[in-house]
Design a protein around this ligand. Sequence first.
Ligand SMILES: N[C@@H](CCC(=O)N[C@@H](CS)C(=O)NCC(=O)O)C(=O)O
Length: 216
Amino acid sequence: MTIEIAAFRWAPPAAQGYVKDLRVRWALEEAALPYEAVLIDGRTRDADGYRAWQPFGQVPAYRDDDVEMFESGAIVLHIAAKSEALAPRDAAGRARVRSWVCAAMSTVEPQVQNFNQFRGAKADEAWAWERRSQVEARLKHRLAALSNWLGDKSFLETQFTAGDLMMATVLREADDGLMSAFPTLIAYRERCLARPAFGRALEAQLETFRENAPAQ
Ligand SMILES: N[C@@H](CCC(=O)N[C@@H](CS)C(=O)NCC(=O)O)C(=O)O
């Protein structure tokens, strides 16, 4: 069978280009594996058939001849196991890729999301402002560690991998003001996002939204 991924039929403009099926589309493009998008909307998300594929009614979900999966990081690792474009051949190198995929999703992404929730907080809302300062400090701490790790390296390890793919999608959502203190991370993110496979994946997601835009 052709690989199938679940993606939203449409998303509000602010979310377009950021819906997490993008990670899976990007991985499949890097691996040069053809796929078809199964489009999900509010009604199908809650249907038993879709919950059997994605228990939380989210996207992405993935299936091929061998597996049915959900969670973008797990799916990207599954695709990486099929392609040297996303992970080196040796076991030690693959272990590093798994570490970086988990780091992107569980060490960096929650800090990015926490800060984004408080980004608009005002100084006269005392509790929100205080919380904003806390989450800002935590995010900067993570970004500084990542920047130090990268140093003058092009990628997290010796080649572009699924770890970079996941990290770049996380950094894409990091606040520009905070990122501006980390030119190494800005350059790294741009290096990853300049890959033709990313451009194709992004265009595929946006094209779906254009085709299914609600009538005005
Ligand atoms: N941890 C999940 C998160 C997936 C996720 O947040 N998907 C969003 C779209 S970007 C979604 O389906 N949101 C609808 C919802 O949570 O009900 C993954 O990485 O696959």
